[in-house]
Design a protein around this ligand. Structure first.
Ligand SMILES: Cc1cc2nc3c(=O)[nH]c(=O)nc-3n(C[C@H](O)[C@H](O)[C@H](O)COP(=O)(O)O)c2cc1C
Length: 182
């Protein structure tokens, strides 16, 4: 049976450190067990949530641009969130998608719809080596994973990229360990 890894990718720079870290992780994922699908949010024009609460009535968004993404999320076994830290959060394209996951939250917690259990992994980099930055992005990610029915497995991060140019060996090792033990 092939299990599904779905990446919600907030990387802006194709050759940036976060994309590099994501690539290292995905390289280690066993392709005999997992298929990999990547949602490239920076290439999409995602309508932002307007807070109309319509999804709380029927589990659907008034916009249909993410219907396929919702389906992919529902069917996935592993959700990977990947983003550099921008102002203690995700990049704008990923954050826009994350707000639209209110649909998933509404299905699960308002309409009590059964959602397939999955696992969540967070991959990020940040310019500073700051515990508060880590806390902010971890807290946000926990709510994302909760909303899509994913148990938070672990995170892989390269902090201090303002000063550290290459991904550190300890980070590469952690990334391999997590990829090999999904
Ligand atoms: C708009 C913007 C906002 C940022 N905000 C933060 C921040 O709040 N905290 C932080 O530690 N680094 C911040 N950074 C630095 C990036 O997180 C860091 O350079 C990251 O490693 C870039 O990843 P990339 O190479 O994949 O683009 C910011 C960078 C940009 C461009």
């Amino acid at each position: 049976m092939v299990l599904k890894v779905l990446v919600l990718n907030g990387c802006i720079n194709k050759n940036g450190k976060t994309q590099n870290l994501l690539n290292l992780f995905l390289k280690e994922v066993d392709k005999n067990v997992y298929s990999i699908d990547i949602i490239e949010t920076q290439k999409m024009q995602i309508n932002h949530c307007i807070g109309c609460h319509s999804c709380e009535k029927d589990g659907m968004c008034i916009y249909d641009d993410l219907n396929e993404v919702y389906e992919k999320i529902e069917e996935s076994d592993i959700i990977v969130l990947a983003s550099p830290v921008y102002f203690a959060s995700f990049t704008t394209p990923l954050k826009t998608l994350v707000d639209r996951l209110q649909v998933m939250y509404a299905r699960k917690f308002v309409l009590n719809k059964q959602i397939k259990e999955k696992k969540g992994v967070l991959i990020f980099t940040s310019g500073r080596d700051n515990q508060k930055m880590l806390d902010c992005i971890l807290l946000q990610s926990r709510y994302v994973f909760l909303s899509v029915g994913a148990k938070f497995l672990d995170y892989i991060c390269q902090l201090n990229t303002d000063k550290i140019m290459n991904i550190e060996e300890k980070v590469i090792q952690k990334s391999k360990e997590i990829a090999n033990n999904l």
